[in-house]
Write a protein that binds this ligand. Structure first.
Ligand SMILES: Nc1ncnc2c1ncn2[C@@H]1O[C@H](COP(=O)(O)OP(=O)(O)OP(=O)(O)O)[C@@H](O)[C@H]1O
Ligand SMILES: [Mg+2]
Length: 371
């Protein structure tokens, strides 16, 4: 995927990555409204590093339904380092990390002060594990959707972020503004991502539509969307080639007015009732496994074949037994749009359905992943 109009931001991230290689890394928190392009920018920055064996890339993200699970996101981030570097840090810290990640059991007396001490050792362990890895080669850690991080992971990562400036480490956070949850990064360096400019809007629309877009139309669509790429990428599907070229008038009301999130919620409302309930099940389950989703559907008396209708709506894609939301906003729109009663019933049915033996991955069963 090509990204448009982010030269300044790409240079800023590039400079951070270069400093990390040179031994004075740091942190950058990329913030912005839903759909403004935080994940796209981070993915673009990290893409060349994924094929560069001289850099260690670590990734995790906050997941809404995992927010109550302490250290869930941190576990995903540090998993590759635990295997290689746990023996390079102080044994009590390595033990505290393993306890936090459900790999070892607590050997303290279980008192509140012991728990506090463990938490501090997890924070120190995080810092020292990343530093140990950076002794071998530079480390780039990308933490997206930080507004949905569980509180313990967020605290550990912020603790590390404040102390890693003289190491070969770059930490890149992506965090959404304007969500019910926020990522409070205090005084850490921030890159506030705004909408695209007129040229970038035209380039994006031309790229997505495969046709010509007149500068006047780009300007009107920029005004209507604030340059929000998520709102823009949807438009070529609903506008005609004539409207994009400027030979036919644009509709009076573009489908983004009122917020991009509503675009998805409205699309879901057009589905039949079983398909809507199935979509809520999919939005609630983070394992993304079709088998789990179908089992939960059956437990709720929902026809699992309604999945076809959900797939046809374009809100999700299904590949090799795995369901993916077209965009995190779909999950968020569907989940937050459901009633509390519906959500609770879905969680309960899902937990009963999600009985995969010996394999605790994120999903209804609330595991934090060891397989
Ligand atoms: N600069 C860009 N050029 C072209 N397409 C872009 C650009 N930025 C984002 N997009 C596209 O716009 C959509 C939304 O972008 P993205 O998912 O990165 O937003 P986000 O800020 O991470 O949103 P959220 O707050 O929901 O996480 C995606 O389809 C992405 O590919
Ligand atoms: Mg994102």
């Amino acid at each position: 995927m090509r990204i448009h109009g982010r030269g300044v931001e790409q240079a800023q991230i590039g400079a951070l990555l270069e400093s990390a290689r040179a031994g004075t890394g740091g942190v950058l928190v990329v913030r912005g409204e839903p759909g403004v392009g935080k994940s796209a920018l981070l993915a673009d920055a990290v893409a060349p590093l994924l094929v560069d064996p001289s850099v260690t890339v670590l990734r995790t993200q906050g997941i809404e339904s995992e927010a109550p699970l302490p250290f869930a996101a941190l576990q995903r981030l540090l998993r590759p380092l635990m295997r290689r570097h746990a023996d390079d840090i102080a044994a009590p810290q390595a033990h505290a990390l393993r306890v936090a990640f459900g790999e070892e059991v607590h050997d303290q007396d279980g008192s509140p002060s012991a728990a506090d001490g463990d938490r501090f050792r997890v924070f120190l362990g995080t810092l020292n594990l990343v530093s140990a890895a950076a002794e071998t080669q530079p480390v780039v850690a990308v933490i997206d959707d930080a507004h949905w991080l569980d509180e313990a992971s967020a605290a550990a990562l912020l603790f590390a972020a404040r102390r890693l400036n003289m190491e070969r480490v770059a930490l890149l956070f992506g965090a959404r503004d304007g969500d019910v949850r926020t990522f409070d990064a205090g005084d850490l360096p921030t890159l506030l991502l705004g909408g695209l400019d007129r040229t970038a809007v035209g380039d994006l629309l031309a790229d997505r539509s495969g046709g010509v877009v007149s500068p006047e139309v780009s300007a009107q669509l920029l005004a209507a969307t604030g340059g929000n790429p998520l709102a823009l990428v949807e438009l070529p599907e609903v506008l005609t080639a004539g409207q994009l070229e400027g030979s036919a008038p644009l509709p009076g009301r573009l489908p983004v007015t009122g917020g991009v999130e509503r675009v998805f919620a409205e699309r879901a409302e057009r589905l039949g009732s079983d398909a809507q309930r199935l979509l809520l099940i999919a939005a609630t389950d983070d394992s993304t496994e079709i088998a789990v989703i179908r089992a939960a559907a059956r437990a709720l008396g929902v026809d699992p074949d309604a999945l076809d209708e959900v797939e046809r709506s374009g809100l999700v894609t299904v590949t090799d037994g795995v369901l993916e939301m077209r965009h995190p906003l779909v999950r968020s729109a569907i989940y937050t749009g459901a009633t509390t009663v519906a959500r609770r019933a879905t969680h309960q049915a899902g937990r009963r359905a999600d009985t995969r033996p010996g394999c605790r991955v994120p999903g209804f069963n609330g595991g934090v992943g060891t397989c």
